[in-house]
Write a protein that binds this ligand. Structure first.
Ligand SMILES: Nc1nc2c(ncn2[C@@H]2O[C@H](COP(=O)(O)OP(=O)(O)OP(=O)(O)O)[C@@H](O)[C@H]2O)c(=O)[nH]1
Ligand SMILES: [Mg+2]
Length: 222
């Protein structure tokens, strides 16, 4: 079973803990209990007959945890960058979260931009188009969600994992074609080597009685 580390980052109160709670326990909490440093949850899912063991890391959005947060970001395969569609500041800060996660992960990582609290449509200040456009520019997947609605949350995790599996397949393909190229190169090199030996025999074989003779013909068993 493949383990996938997913980190959930963003400003405080955007709904990170509620999103995870909905995904794991299928319930919603109206209270805000700030996450202290980090919390981990697990969930097993199956996508295209592949079993995935999701390890979901809920991080603290509060300013005082910024430095420690960075350590938890290492080794993530998927990052959910969450903002609150009713809070402009939380959207503006997405750049900070994006850059920080990138700094901590040099390998390929799937980024998902998540505009949460879309049930509060009367208070919306960030349009869906604005979120989408930003995500496109930064080559991220884009979702809007409400942590009250399980389906919208499941769509995020499934979409992200599907994208991750596609990336793994692409990388495998690249590796295989590299191996194939390497194999062909070695075969080519062997052919050339053979030709050189045959050539050597023709040119540099024992010259008996004025005839150029190859090693075999001369009875040499070397
Ligand atoms: N209406 C609505 N409220 C939400 C939603 N998601 C979260 N909330 C509320 O927003 C507040 C903050 O939610 P949390 O999940 O604790 O926020 P957080 O991002 O984990 O905050 P930190 O742990 O401090 O970083 C809580 O009062 C939640 O009930 C949502 O989708 N819709
Ligand atoms: Mg939290």
């Amino acid at each position: 079973m493949e383990n996938i580390k997913i980190i959930v980052v963003g400003e405080t109160e955007v709904g990170k803990t509620c999103i995870i709670n909905q995904y794991i326990n299928q319930n919603f909490d109206f209270n805000h209990l700030p996450t202290i440093a980090m919390d981990k949850s697990k969930k097993e899912i199956e996508i295209e007959k592949t079993n995935l063991n999701l390890e979901i890391w809920d991080t603290a959005g509060q300013e005082q945890y910024r430095a420690t947060n960075k350590i938890f970001m290492k080794g993530a395969k998927i990052a959910l960058l969450v903002y609150d569609i009713t809070n402009e500041e939380s959207f503006e800060q997405i750049n900070y979260w994006h850059e920080t996660v990138k700094d901590m992960n040099k390998e390929n990582i799937i980024f998902c931009l998540v505009g949460n609290k879309n049930d509060l449509y009367e208070k919306r200040v960030i349009s869906e188009e604005k979120g989408k456009k930003f995500a496109q520019e930064k080559k991220m997947l884009f979702f809007e969600s409400s942590a009250m609605d399980y389906e919208s949350i499941e769509t995020i995790f499934k979409g992200a994992c599907q994208e991750y599996l596609n990336l793994v397949k692409e990388e495998e393909k690249k590796m295989n074609s590299m191996k194939e190229e390497e194999r062909k190169k070695i075969e080519e090199e062997r052919k050339t080597e053979k030709n050189i030996i045959v050539g050597e025999d023709e040119v540099g074989g024992n010259d008996v009685g004025g005839n150029k003779v190859g090693r075999e013909k001369s009875g040499c068993v070397c």
